[in-house]
Design a protein around this ligand. Structure first.
Ligand code: SAH
Length: 354
């Protein structure tokens, strides 16, 4: 029999599973609490279960627990970037950011990504596989255990396109936000998407109160197509209509992410065009100075250009923030740490073959 991914089970599924093993239903709350509240790293940690039961679980289940490979700590702001190894040997990265309002963890939703955004390091080698709910959760669990500090916000903005791993994402959100686990408020969870229109609409109908962030990055389809292949599939007017629908259904204001790339999307005409484009949307713009990756020649806009862009949007009544660059000194951009780790591993393998 294939081993069960026990950490991805809902409480109801866990109950049915335990009963199928011949166990009493009251064990459900105990075991669920060990996994999702006490953040046990193995069945052996579950000291109020008998040895026999622990062994039984061990035989029937896979207990997902990520292995910490490396932590990089920013000397500037204390941001911690983690590299974790999954059971199949793949590595993923997650980031802990410390803000005044609490600790925020940015998680990966896939190993790699198939969306192909030009400036993004996560997508350079394509998609390896989807992450399971347990593997998304455990990024947060490991970080909370490692620091001993409570995580209050979660952003699904690491490697991967979360809406391309939709069912696992929804299950992950339930496990993260419901009672019996970390019980993080859905309002403190943000999911960022490059704009998969049918999935944005499905998410709107899901009955969650999470925040949705759209990676916009351009004021029109032409510029967007040059940066994001997905723009060839979905026109901006359809993406924005889906965002409007999301707001109407959930009452949650959108975040529009706009990475500023010098000479590509950062002049004042483009700021005006952007303002007109999202005038009727309920949301705000988050400007991100593009984080250059060595595989591409994109250059960050200068401070002045960023401020001017911001000022222009504000003069049109748009709410704007400039994203603070957290952990600038530690391979900050999505997928950069994983990519540089894998490149080094490959070099080592190459050297070994020689
Ligand atoms: N697939 C999701 C989440 C990925 S990353 C999405 O597209 O939204 C989170 C954000 O960081 C996205 O807005 C993404 O476009 C942006 N991003 C990725 N690499 C970047 C880089 N090198 N510089 C600036 N922003 C980047």
């Amino acid at each position: 029999m294939e081993k069960q991914d026990i950490k991805s089970m809902t409480q109801e599924e866990l109950r049915a599973f335990l009963v199928s093993l011949g166990e009493k239903p009251f064990r459900t709350a105990q075991i669920y609490q060990w996994m999702h509240e006490k953040l046990a790293s193995s069945f052996d940690d579950m000291t109020n279960l008998s040895k026999v039961l622990r062994q039984k679980l061990q035989d029937a289940c896979e207990y997902v627990s990520l292995e910490k490979v490396r932590v990089q700590i920013s000397q500037i702001d204390g941001t911690r970037k983690y590299l974790f190894r999954l059971a199949d040997g793949n590595v993923i990265e997650s980031v802990l950011m410390r803000y005044k309002h609490g600790n925020s963890v940015c998680i990966s939703s896939q190993v790699g990504c198939r969306m192909g955004c030009r400036f993004c390091a996560s997508t350079l080698d394509g998609l390896e596989r989807n992450l399971r709910p347990s593997e998304m959760l455990d990024q947060i669990y490991q970080i909370q255990r490692d620091t001993g500090e409570r995580v209050s916000n979660v952003v699904v903005m690491g490697s991967g396109e979360p809406l391309d791993n939709y069912d696992n994402l929804i299950r992950f959100i339930h496990l993260l936000t419901e009672e019996g686990g970390l019980h993080i408020s859905q309002r403190n969870v943000t999911v960022s998407t490059c704009g998969l229109v049918p999935k944005i609409r499905e998410l709107a109908d899901q009955g969650l109160t999470i925040t949705l962030a759209l990676s916009l990055h351009a004021p029109n389809d032409e510029v967007r197509k040059s940066l994001m292949p997905i723009a060839r599939t979905y026109a901006l007017k359809d993406v924005l209509a889906a965002c409007h629908y999301y707001f109407e259904k959930t009452g949650r204001r959108m975040t529009f992410e706009y990475s500023l790339v010098q000479g590509v999307n950062d002049n004042l005409d483009e700021a005006r065009e952007l303002a007109a484009l999202i005038q009727d949307q309920h949301g705000h713009v988050n400007l991100i100075p593009v984080n250059p990756i060595k595989e591409r020649s994109y250059v960050q806009s200068g401070r002045k250009a960023i401020e001017a862009f911001k000022g222009c949007l504000e003069s049109k009544g748009i709410n704007v923030t400039i994203r603070r660059e957290m952990g600038r000194d530690i391979d900050g951009a999505c997928g950069q740490l994983r990519k540089s780790y894998m490149d080094k591993e490959q070099e080592k393998e190459g050297a070994a073959v020689k």
